[in-house]
Design a protein around this ligand. Sequence first.
Ligand code: ADP
Ligand code: MG
Ligand code: MG
Length: 251
Amino acid sequence: MLEIKNLHARIADSGIEIIRGLNLTVKAGEVAAIMGPNGSGKSTLSYILAGRDDYEVTEGEILYNGESILEMDPAERAAKGIFLAFQYPMEIPGVATMEFLKVAMNSQRKARGEEPLKIPDFLKRVKEAAASLDMDINMLKRPVNVGFSGGEKKRAEILQMKLLEPQLCVLDETDSGLDIDALKIVSDGVNALRSPDRAVVVITHYQRLLDHIVPDTVHVLYKGQVIKSGDKSLALELEENGYAGIIEEAA
Ligand code: ADP
Ligand code: MG
Ligand code: MG
């Protein structure tokens, strides 16, 4: 589903290269974890997948279902089913969360050639999804993420993800700022989305999240490259020994 080949990317305005020859393949049905020390380029990779224009790809390829996405703008990528849950979800003052969800869901449906949702059907879906994440429906009357706590923002991201039913989900540090109960709820939400025709990329600094969302593959990102790949036991090894050994081995 996702094939990243020899990707090089830099920050557009400073020219600093952050992603330096990254290779990664994620198959449909797979949950892939990307781990790595702070500053290794994990968030940068997620922004590049989403199509943020602060970054410039200078070399390499990103194929999604066999098609290059590099020339697509963020809206086209989203329409094709790529979803990014941000490490730091953005606040959108003046836009009620409910309204935001309706517009997002209906534009997604339009991209799939489906009719807009009838209001009662929309409300039913939102209520069910919010309840499954233990979110107070009244919160959704408030502007997107404005004044939400860290944990509430993360839940709101997963709520969007559930409702938009993406094919490729990228979750950047979804565990940060979550207490253990919220972590469980959010993880259950992600696990419920596991399916043979969907792929999930879980970016995390800590093994903790991977106790709840058990990955099929684990990739270690360091200085803009995947330096080691393995199965879930690699995450446990990292938890025990830290990154130093693997970094040394790769060098
Ligand atoms: P991670 O998510 O793995 O912690 P990031 O992708 O956030 O890492 O950052 C990778 C590196 O790129 C870091 O060294 C960070 O300081 C640098 N970086 C990211 N964005 C910018 C920017 N806009 N300007 C300068 N440096 C940046
Ligand atoms: Mg970081
Ligand atoms: Mg990050």
